[in-house]
Design a protein around this ligand. Structure first.
Ligand SMILES: C[S@@+](CC[C@H](N)C(=O)[O-])C[C@H]1O[C@@H](n2cnc3c(N)ncnc32)[C@H](O)[C@@H]1O
Length: 207
């Protein structure tokens, strides 16, 4: 059931964006959801940015407002085609996040939103290692994704959302200590803020 509905939301961008817009109401709307991970970071037009698992460019459209060097990466050719049409200011590459085709120390900022919950544990670990490898020393990894609610009132909504759209990897992310994984591969400093009753985590880690 969940995978059928997820496939539908990937097939029809209006459906994906509508769901995203409704879910983002819990943090004050789509714009705030997209900007939360970037708040307080110094991103200049020269900052080299990778939007990992960029989808149809939902976060990319915000990143290009700061930097002239944004690349979107996604494994789905359909998403890459849509992102190119939606946000032509960025460059794009079709690739797997666990096997990133860029040299070591290439990017100042790697951002990923609403994607890590689709990864199994092994893939998630490989992605974190890859992000560490391609970030320049001092570079930042920003993540926005689900988290186990700290306010019980948010559990029914999250559980219903997972039941309709997600698979066990999303449930597994709720049990995963992302900051612990990041520290284990060598990120020097990690901070995490919780939003929407704890159901959204924004993690920032510095290499
Ligand atoms: C839920 S969408 C998130 C899109 C966008 N980042 C956002 O914030 O709305 C997840 C995206 O991750 C991509 N994806 C899933 N597994 C991937 C992988 N292993 N490597 C690269 N992209 C992947 C999917 O194709 C999809 O576009």
């Amino acid at each position: 059931m969940a995978t059928i509905l997820r496939d539908l939301s990937y097939r029809y961008q209006w459906l994906y964006d509508s769901i995203s817009n409704v879910a983002a109401l819990a943090v004050g709307g789509e714009k705030r959801f997209r900007q939360l991970p970037l708040q307080g970071l110094s991103i200049s037009p020269e900052t080299r940015v990778l939007d990992l698992c960029c989808g149809s460019g939902q976060a990319t459209q915000y990143l290009v407002q700061y930097s002239q060097h944004v690349t979107g990466l996604d494994a789905s050719p359909r998403s890459i085609d849509r992102a190119k049409a939606n946000v032509p200011q960025a460059d794009y590459i079709e690739a797997f996040a666990q096997d990133i085709p860029f040299d070591d120390n290439t990017f100042d900022l790697v951002h990923t939103s609403a994607a890590l919950h689709e990864m199994d544990a092994d893939t998630l670990n490989r992605i974190i290692w890859e992000v560490f490898r391609i970030l320049k020393p001092g570079g930042t990894f920003t993540i926005a994704d689900f988290h186990s609610p700290t306010n019980p009132l948010f559990w029914p909504g999250l559980a219903a959302f997972f039941w309709i759209f997600e698979t066990e990897t999303a449930w597994n992310l709720l049990q995963t200590d992302l900051t612990g994984l990041l520290s284990a591969v060598g990120f020097q400093r990690c901070d995490r803020t919780l939003h929407a009753g704890g159901s959204l985590q924004v993690v920032r880690a510095w290499k």
